[in-house]
Design a protein around this ligand. Structure first.
Ligand SMILES: [Zn+2]
Length: 195
């Protein structure tokens, strides 16, 4: 069985998204075809805007409409305290706790056990920023890869500056859970009680 080229192209494109298999991709494409031009047009427009407007903040590596982003620009925030997270969505999770007034560094992933991933991570950029920081909070997910990455970064940061204060989120976050799914109170207290 084969679909027309245009259909197959979009099925292939959707299949690349996380957690979307071929079947789901097909469902999406036929949903869009059946729903007429409106939904597809909205998605096309949103994607176009995303490509045109969103860039990387060259300080913290979050995605934003401007570089530096709103948080990095904000003079009321403590830019000597840097919280390292794996993904941009983690910023939202920490901001919601209302317990943090420092800045962030988005690593853009973690070191995978099969490694080789490090080159795509913003680790070098973190080391550079850490030169004039007073505290680095390592807040990567509490799973094996997150823990390995925390240990790697901690060693590198200490090697660069043995006097730098390096902290971690307090225990209490469920092992293996994503920061993004932690509830605000748990995450807020893990942040407040960091050590
Ligand atoms: Zn930024």
């Amino acid at each position: 069985m084969s679909y027309s080229n245009s259909i197959q192209n979009l099925v292939n494109a959707f299949s690349k998204l996380p957690s979307v298999g071929e079947r789901t991709a097909e469902r999406y494409v036929f949903y869009l075809l059946k729903s007429g031009k409106k939904d597809a047009g909205e998605i096309a427009l949103a994607l176009k805007e995303l490509l045109e407007k969103v860039k990387s903040c060259e300080t913290c590596w979050d995605f934003a409409d401007s570089s530096p982003c709103e948080i990095c620009k904000d003079k009321s925030r403590d830019n000597k305290t840097i919280c390292v997270i794996a993904e941009p969505q983690d910023i939202e999770a920490i901001e919601k706790t209302g317990e943090y007034n420092g800045t962030y560094h988005v690593l853009r992933g973690v070191i995978k056990s099969d490694d080789g991933e490090l080159k795509n991570l913003k680790a070098k950029e973190l080391l550079k920023r850490a030169e004039d920081a007073k505290e680095i909070i390592l807040a990567l997910n509490a799973d094996l890869n997150g823990e390995n990455t925390n240990m790697y970064l901690e060693a590198k940061l200490k090697e660069q500056n043995p006097n730098l204060k390096i902290t971690r989120l307090a225990r209490g976050l469920p092992m293996g859970s994503d920061l993004q799914y932690a509830d605000e109170i748990t995450l807020g207290s893990a942040l407040k009680n960091r050590n």
